[in-house]
Ligand binder design. Sequence first.
Ligand code: DX5
Ligand code: ZN
Length: 239
Amino acid sequence: MAAPRQLRCDVFIDASEGLEMIRICPSILNANFDDLPNEIRKVAEVSDLLHLDVMDDIFVPNFTFSLERSLEIIQSSLLPVDVHLMISEADTKAVSYAAKNTASITVHYEACEDPVATLRSIRHSGKRAGLAIKPNTPVTVLEEILDEIDMILVMSVEPGFGGQSFMEAMMPKVQQARHWLRQKGYKETWLQVDGGISLSTIRMAARAGADTFVAGSAVYKADDPAQMIRELRAEAGRR
Ligand code: DX5
Ligand code: ZN
């Protein structure tokens, strides 16, 4: 694999030009785990996908759901589910999350021994294949394997916890990924940002070229989660 190249971080152009589709994916990480059906119902009508954060206390220092519990949530979800796997041994475990309501399965580049084989196995299971990069992972690791990816996830916090501050310094990675997708003609590849998305940060991610946004605490700490999602969508799409 080619050595990571240095990105130019000093130029910030508006890469959102021409983006038609905006997807808002509420994360239930900060929702009430004891009442998930109701928590999901609050956002179902206004969201595109439900973002499910699976953590194993190995890849990240936090645990959320076992495979069995994840499948229960996926099967009973009113929304298609965007599964974000923050687990080790992702190569062998990813396809276990392919259930009827699963829309996409995202694995971390850092958790895979063979990202390409893993992405292919996810596609083979009939689901969209996502590849996530942590803040310290250069976006250049994606350039040669864009063909295998249905959704790029640029983490804008260290994975593991909700409620952290948005890392604006990740936006040049989003911008670079958008540039490649345009230049190489990948019209169906989604570009997701996850971590610290709120009314005051979503526009930065959208301007950098993201089209798919995860929001956890901004949604579930709001008095009216559905209204917050409407506002986030409007803010992301504002020209
Ligand atoms: C963090 C998770 C996120 C988290 C986002 O590791 O991947 O999906 O739920 O939460 P907020 O929006 O609060 O940063
Ligand atoms: Zn996530």
